[in-house]
Design a protein around this ligand. Structure first.
Ligand code: ATP
Length: 214
């Protein structure tokens, strides 16, 4: 197996088990050596996060303290312009050279919006695309153009992800975890427990910082 590394971008407002568990299963299935969590700065497709960039990074730190698979990459927080994923992948590819296998991880919901992303068809020039299941988003959905693109680039087997540096799409058979950050923020405002939804260390941080109360 090669040293396959993956980036996993998100708002992480806050990070939760819907992020961590599918990606841990994906790493097992595909032999991922490292997952770099990539907190977005000004997410092009979304309203601004409630937690500050520093707070979102701190929550990620709490979440991964006993999860050696993960590390944090703060590059998108270090600039003011919108964080186009394709530009981040291009920069990572330049750093790692042309041969190292690299991947970008998204949930099924993001796959359905992918055709709205800046230069979306170029993503595969720099990395593989690994897609985790998400409840409520069946794999068959998406535009005919997207379906054709998927079929053209679907990986034949896991080995392909290690043999090629980029260019394949892997639809992973990951556990369905019905958790969203929106639901966590809603429960928190309503004074409801979030104990089973995210790591205890993240909940402690949220409590200490007084996040998601209004
Ligand atoms: P929000 O509820 O604020 O929109 P979110 O819970 O969807 O947030 P994000 O940080 O926006 O989380 O998601 C980052 C990435 O994680 C996206 O690719 C998304 O598809 C994926 N993801 C989030 N939650 C899940 C989940 N429960 N199962 C699988 N993938 C998920």
């Amino acid at each position: 197996m090669s040293d396959l590394h993956a980036l996993f971008g998100g708002t992480f407002d806050p990070v939760h088990f819907g992020h961590l568990r599918p990606v841990e299963a994906l790493a097992q299935q595909t032999g991922l050596a490292r997952v770099l969590l990539l907190p977005n700065n000004v997410p092009p497709h979304r309203p601004q996060p409630e937690a500050s960039p520093t707070q979102r990074v701190e929550m990620l730190r709490c979440a991964i303290q006993d999860r050696p698979l993960f590390a944090i990459d703060t590059r998108e927080l270090q600039r003011d312009t919108p964080s186009w994923t394709v530009a981040t992948l291009e920069a990572l590819r330049a750093e790692r050279g042309p041969q190292q296998p690299l991947a970008f991880i998204i949930g099924q919901d993001s796959l359905l919006n992918l055709s709205g992303w800046h230069r979306w068809q170029d993503l595969l020039s720099f990395a593989h695309l690994l897609v985790c299941k998400r409840p409520g988003y069946p794999a068959e959905m998406g535009s005919p153009e997207m379906q054709r693109w998927l079929e053209t680039h679907l990986a034949r087997d896991v080995a392909q992800l290690h043999q090629q540096p980029a260019g394949a799409i892997w639809l992973a058979d990951t556990p369905l975890v019905d958790i969203s950050a929106t639901e966590i923020r809603r429960r928190r405002r309503a004074g409801l427990s979030c104990d089973s939804l995210l790591p205890a260390a993240v909940i402690d941080y949220i409590d200490r910082a007084g996040l998601y109360l209004k």
